[in-house]
Design a protein around this ligand. Structure first.
Ligand SMILES: C=C(NCc1c(COP(=O)(O)O)cnc(C)c1O)C(=O)O
Length: 423
């Protein structure tokens, strides 16, 4: 049929048909060569069709780039594609002054209900360009207002090591007089709030880098729970989280880090309004094109919950297998060790489930090997050093959520490293 949308569909199918030997992909907006989008290859693969495996190439386990989910979306190509008309939502305006799609909000609440990982009924919702944008929006909203500002009311922002360093980097970078980065809670001499200090505490649960479930150390209402990984992919769902402020991101649910979409569930109306104001002044809200796309992806996820095509089943099985393979190799090593994670009962799968963390938190056990990132780099493995999480350099982080090629290259390098221990 010659509907107006056919040319767009033909274009998309043509790009999707470019195989890149299964070690890459061509996007509609990849660089064009000879009239076709060129392949963008996985680590250590090169050539016009990504068929060339480079020798002496380092395995890159640095970033939490969630491409392990790409095969899931290829299998759900028809259900997850969305065609954006040239006149789609051109206006600045979108649903009054909070710039969010009501349909998308409804589907997010349905998702939390289906998974059982968060209570949403008495929470407002704020969208952000990734939860990265919501991190500072939340710190701003919990900081004292400018109007009745005085030095002593400056909010002190803290987290407990090892922690995801963005919280510190952003607070320092934005350098507001209303809040100040105050470091690791274990360094605070007087934790109880009666000390008069106005703390804002970040709690990441499950934690990045070690995958452990965490609770607030300071307590009180100014706690920002970053639940980026509180999904069945990475952890057992123990019960629905019901905190004052909770951050989530599609980056770690559907794997669409490139779409830059996160959301916050916020109980307090004043905090919610300050976060919406932040988004207004910062970007006038999240791209409406992105909101449309995320809605389409959520419809696939929700339609498959509890069925054979369940994304949570796919992701748990994938990551559990990767964790089991890596743990098996490391268990025969006296040089390296991994974080300890126990099987836990999961209310989503209705069973006790094994660990499937997004990251391996590797410790170098030899006394003289105090720089673990350097030890692995020497062996051709790129990891993220312990200092990046305000932890000792005896630790380093390996990402387990990248492509199958990435994980296979990582595992092969780790196997060689451990087998050389015995020679
Ligand atoms: C990509 C990585 N982290 C993303 C991340 C983010 C960022 O999510 P975005 O929604 O993609 O901006 C937020 N919170 C935590 C705890 C995270 O780990 C990483 O650690 O390599």
């Amino acid at each position: 049929d010659s509907g107006w949308s056919s040319p767009a569909a033909v274009e998309a199918e043509a790009a999707a048909a470019i195989s890149c030997s299964g070690h890459g992909r061509a996007y509609l907006d990849s660089v064009i060569f000879d009239g076709n989008p060129t392949c963008e290859c996985n680590t250590c693969y090169a050539g016009k069709d990504c068929s060339l495996l480079l020798s002496n190439c380092a395995a890159d386990a640095n970033s939490g780039d969630p491409l392990f989910l790409e095969p899931y979306w290829r299998r759900n190509a028809a259900g997850s594609a969305v065609l954006v008309a040239g006149w789609h939502r051109m206006s600045y305006e979108a649903n009054g002054d909070n710039y969010i799609s009501l349909e998308l909000e409804r589907h997010l609440r349905l998702l939390h209900y289906a998974v059982g990982n968060a209570i949403t009924r008495d929470h407002f919702i704020v969208f952000g360009a990734g939860s990265t944008q919501l991190v500072n929006a939340a710190v701003h909203a919990l900081s004292p207002d400018d109007v009745n500002f005085n030095e002593s009311s400056t909010a002190l922002v803290v987290a407990t090591a090892p922690f995801y360093r963005l919280y510190k980097q952003q607070t320092k970078f934005f350098d507001s007089r209303e809040n100040l980065w105050d470091g690791d809670t274990s360094n605070l001499d007087n934790l109880n709030a009666s000390s008069g200090a106005n703390f804002i505490e970040f709690v990441t649960s499950p934690n990045n880098p070690d995958g452990k479930l965490k609770q607030s150390v300071i307590g009180g209402s100014s706690v920002i729970y970053d639940h980026a990984y509180y999904w069945p992919h990475y952890t057992a769902i123990a019960n629905p989280a019901d905190e004052d402020i909770m951050l989530f991101t599609v980056s770690k649910i559907s794997g669409h880090a490139g779409s830059r979409f996160g959301w916050a569930l916020v109980k307090d109306r004043k905090v919610y309004k300050k976060m919406v104001q932040y988004l207004l002044l910062n970007t006038f809200g999240v791209s409406r094109d992105t909101q449309l796309r995320i809605l389409k992806l959520l419809k696939v996820i929700l339609a498959e919950v509890g069925r054979e095509g369940d994304i949570f089943k796919f992701s748990y099985e994938t990551l559990n297998k990767r964790w089991a393979k890596l743990s098996n190799v490391i268990s025969s090593s006296s040089r390296f060790s991994l974080q300890k994670l126990s099987p836990l009962y999961c209310t989503y799968f209705h069973k006790i489930r094994d660990p499937s963390p997004a990251y391996a938190w590797v410790k170098c056990e030899r006394l003289e090997e105090t720089d673990c990132e350097a030890v692995l780099r020497e062996a051709g493995i790129i990891s993220r050093a312990g200092e990046a999480f305000e932890a000792e350099s005896r630790y380093t982080r390996l990402s387990l959520i990248k492509t199958k090629d990435d994980f296979d290259q990582l595992l092969s390098k780790i196997e060689s490293l451990v087998s050389n221990e015995r020679v």
